[in-house]
Design a protein around this ligand. Structure first.
Ligand code: NDP
Length: 289
């Protein structure tokens, strides 16, 4: 357990409350503030100290954790002289640009800034599967590493404060792509009245096997060598219309597949048919005009 420290949590929605509870469980002295005061009461019953204003809450601790809906919520909160000498850990979901702008504001006010991306739902906070990504002021992170461990695994990505939100959004990006593919596949089998529970073990095993390919994609992209003896762009491009035709024939909207078809078509048109599928990443990096 980390040495007991005074810490402030600003924003007591589902996530902020889970963060404050985890800190209380680890024996820290926790000051809390929320725009709507009612949300501080259950935490006060567990030992937290509610502050009347955000400025009072910030002044109460050297470490200030922020978890609100969007970055803009903190604009009227993280203001003035009160930030001098404090470390702000911003765990609100945002963009790299927002993180860099807030880092500049906090450091310009004499504070230190660490950004974070929470890869967990509130129920996972404090458990073994929660991961929080951090970037920004390395010394400030290291000083508070043990305390931040109350939330789950803590991974520091680098001194650019934009890295934590970038990795957070990249992981969400991969998740949405997977969900989109899964939902489309489910709609296809449901078109023949197949129970989803029956399909799930098969699709899970298939996706798990396909993830083995990630190491090959990494090798191709990191080395810039797209030669393949596994599966070429051309092979996939030729097969892809069959997937779209089947969708239409089964009464399933193929809209989610269309962008991938367009990318495969573009890769072939630009002469990359013999390359492996990792070539598509380089086309994404150079959007079609
Ligand atoms: P909630 O909607 O439960 O809470 C939002 C919080 O933001 C409340 O404390 C709310 O205060 C506060 N807030 C909203 N607008 C303002 C404002 N203008 N000024 C001050 N405070 C404001 O969201 P969560 O707690 O679930 O999420 C918080 C952050 O954590 C988000 O960025 C979210 O993306 C991220 N996150 C959430 C996860 C989840 O599963 N819940 C997972 C990973 C990240 P009030 O009570 O007064 O409305």
């Amino acid at each position: 357990m980390a040495e007991q420290t005074s810490v402030t949590v600003l924003g007591l929605g589902f996530m902020g409350t889970a963060l404050a509870e985890a800190l209380l469980k680890n024996g820290h002295s926790v000051t809390v503030w929320n725009r709507s005061p009612g949300k501080a009461e259950p935490l006060a019953a567990k030992g937290a100290r509610p502050a009347a204003t955000a400025a009072e809450a910030i002044a109460a601790s050297p470490l200030v954790i922020v978890c609100m809906s969007v970055y803009g919520n903190a604009d009227g909160v993280l203001t003035g002289d009160v930030l001098a000498g404090r470390t702000v850990v911003q765990l609100t979901n945002g963009t790299p640009k927002q993180a860099r702008a807030l880092a500049e504001h906090v450091t310009g006010s004499g504070g230190r800034y660490v950004d974070g991306g929470i890869m967990a739902v509130p129920q996972m906070i404090g458990g073994p599967d929660a991961l929080v990504l951090y970037s920004g002021d390395e010394a400030a992170f290291e000083e508070n590493r043990a305390l931040l461990g109350a939330f789950g695994g803590a991974r520091f990505l680098g001194t650019d404060p934009g890295l934590a939100p970038l990795f957070d959004l990249a992981l969400l990006d991969a998740m949405y792509g997977m969900i989109a593919g899964y939902f489309h596949a489910v709609a296809l089998v449901r078109s023949e009245k197949v129970q989803v529970a029956e399909f799930n073990p098969m699709v899970t095993a298939w996706l798990t096997a396909m993830m083995e390919g990630f190491s090959e994609y990494a090798r191709a992209l990191d080395d810039g060598d797209f030669s393949t003896d596994v599966s070429s762009v051309a092979t996939n491009q030729v097969a892809f219309p069959g997937l779209m035709d089947t969708s239409r024939e089964q009464g399933v909207d193929p809209a989610l597949l269309a962008p991938l078809r367009d990318l495969l078509d573009r890769a072939v048109a630009e002469g990359h048919g013999k390359d492996g599928l990792a070539r598509l990443v380089t086309l994404l990096e150079r959007p079609a005009s």
